[in-house]
Design a protein around this ligand. Structure first.
Ligand code: BDR
Ligand code: CA
Length: 311
């Protein structure tokens, strides 16, 4: 059965690959995308998302969301990132984001749905938390969220925090405590499924617009990771957000544990940490299926297969 999905993105090189997978997978129907502050300013995320859709000939609507985190105006915003650049290296779009604001579109679309749309947030959780705050009944209309975010063993924005959660910890706290069923794809999983320069060569050999674009995004990421946070295997990169979308298509691509997760919002050193109760010490009920494992060959095979498709 084809699954309906909405992606909430801060596009971004790995968001771009995730969007192409969601748009081209025969197992998914991409209802639309919302954009949020994150890797680059929100207006740039919107332009980048539209560029990706134009590049592969997708008409799905794009709705611009929150341009600031919920409560932290002092967020140290990246204007240009070594891993994402600023604008993706694709032609400028002629399309515009729809005039309906991202948060309102999420509310209207889920409330009008049959409760059959999976939400896939792969950026900071500001839009999702705002929507849940504005419309608490939304909880009963979202069957599942598959979130790229969080980290148990090590962070990437700080020693403890993963970037998406670190940008807006208050929003992440609202979301994980919302009661919506959640699968979370943290760094612990994404860093075990690395894309290499050889994989990029294979994307180029496949030769479709999606695969060639994926090659150039992944090559840019590899340069950025080599320069800032080299992976254990030289010349490789995680493609975090793509793994979350693949986990919607085939849940067996990740291995999860059902645990209680909360988010640190007051830590001096640990702001934005996803606090994972693996040892069941909090006495709190599990709320998140947290991925600590990944089937890396399956993930790669899915990317090669899906990105070899055209619209
Ligand atoms: C996450 O942060 C962003 O930079 C990526 O797009 C991904 O969603 C990884 O920490
Ligand atoms: Ca992202």
């Amino acid at each position: 059965m084809v699954k309906k999905v909405i992606l909430d993105v801060d596009t971004g090189t790995d968001d771009a690959i995730a969007l192409m997978i969601a748009a081209l997978s025969p197992d998914l129907e991409l209802v639309g995308a919302t954009t949020v502050i994150g890797n680059v300013p929100c207006v740039v995320c919107t332009e980048n998302t539209l560029r990706v859709f134009d590049h592969i000939g997708i008409q799905a609507p794009v709705h611009q969301g929150m341009v600031e985190p919920m409560v932290r105006p002092d967020f140290d915003r990246p204007e240009v990132s070594v891993i994402h650049g600023r604008f993706l290296p694709l032609p400028e779009t002629n399309r515009k984001a729809t005039s309906l604001k991202g948060v309102d579109w999420l509310i209207d679309t889920f409330m009008a749905s049959d409760g059959d749309i999976t939400l896939v947030p792969v950026g900071p959780l500001t839009n999702v938390a705002m929507a849940l705050r504005k419309c608490p009944e939304l909880v009963n209309k979202i069957p599942e969220m598959v979130i790229m975010g969080g980290a148990h063993h090590y962070g990437n924005r700080s020693a403890s925090a993963e970037f998406n959660i670190w940008v807006d910890p208050e929003a992440a706290k609202v979301v994980v405590n919302s009661g919506v069923p959640i699968r979370m794809v943290p760094l612990d999983a994404t860093h075990q499924a690395l894309t290499s320069l050889d994989d990029c060569a294979k994307f180029r050999e496949i030769g479709t617009p999606a695969a060639v674009a994926a090659a150039s995004f992944a090559e840019q990421r590899i340069k950025g990771y080599n320069a800032t946070q080299p992976m254990k295997i030289k010349d490789t990169t995680p493609v975090h957000d793509a793994l979350a979308v693949c986990a919607v298509i085939d849940p067996s691509v990740i291995k999860t544990e059902f645990i209680h997760v909360d988010v640190e919002t007051k830590g001096e050193l640990t702001d934005g940490r996803t606090v994972c109760d693996f040892a069941k010490r909090s006495g709190k009920e599990p709320n998140v299926h947290f991925a600590m494992g990944v089937d890396s060959p399956k993930f790669k095979a899915m990317m090669f297969d899906i990105l070899s498709r055209t619209t």
